[in-house]
Unconditional design. Structure first.
Lengths: 115, 110
């Protein structure tokens, strides 16, 4: 199957700093990428949907100025957590699709810890 | 807004036992996916079902999609420790976005 790679897999940052997470589709062009957040022992919560070359669509309750999403190319989307706080600590997962009706492939996730 | 429910929330069984987990939606699925997620990893797709009444088998896993396309079950025969994980059902909402259920956390003890 197709491969989606997330980097880094783990990151620890100080409160108030920003951290960028990358999501790459390695062997296909991803017209749509999704970003999720997952708290311990809970399911995935969709944060935003991004289509290449356009602004991301954020789910209700997700601060777009805090979680900056960029999908500048068909193989790369980035999520930047700005001015991170301990409550932003979570497992962040991306997924990518080649087009409508195609399978979504998930990255391996990024464990963010804000201290 | 579509709501997905999964049951049971937690399940702990002995190796060799059979089990069934369920997924129900408040509205008709556009297409239903079942995923398994292991700790610290992203979800991995197990199956996609689209047609009401559809049954798919994947080795010891049997997936059934309800006739009304609002419910599904996943049956595992002779569970093994390697089946341990979080089982998630999801709807891709006609390609717009993904809605995930809360998951069933399965633990298979050796």
């Amino acid at each position: 199957g197709a491969v989606v790679s997330q980097h880094p897999s783990r990151v620890i940052c100080k409160s108030g700093t920003s951290v960028k997470i990358e999501c790459r589709s390695l062997d296909f062009q991803a017209t749509t990428m999704f970003w999720y957040r997952q708290f311990p022992k809970q399911s995935l919560m969709l944060m935003a949907t991004s289509n290449e070359g356009s602004k991301a669509t954020y789910e209700q309750g997700v601060e777009k100025d805090k979680f900056l999403i960029n999908h500048a190319s068909l193989t790369l989307s980035t999520l930047t957590v700005t001015s991170a706080h301990p409550e932003d600590s979570s497992f962040y997962i991306c997924s990518a699709k080649q087009g409508v009706g195609t399978e979504a492939f998930f990255g391996q996730g990024t464990r963010l810890t804000v201290v | 807004t579509q709501l997905l429910e999964q049951s049971p929330q937690f399940l702990s069984i002995q190796e060799g036992e059979n089990l069934t987990v369920y997924c129900n939606s408040s509205s008709v699925f556009s297409s239903l996916q079942w995923y398994r997620q292991e700790p610290g990893e992203g979800p991995v797709l197990l199956v996609t079902v689209v047609t009401g009444g559809e049954v798919k088998k994947l080795k010891r896993l049997t997936f059934q999609f309800g006739d009304a396309r609002k419910d599904s079950s996943l049956h595992i025969t002779a569970a093994q420790p390697g089946d341990t994980g979080l089982y998630l059902c999801a709807d891709d909402n006609y390609g717009q976005n993904f809605v995930f259920g809360p998951g069933t956390r399965l633990s298979v003890l050796p």
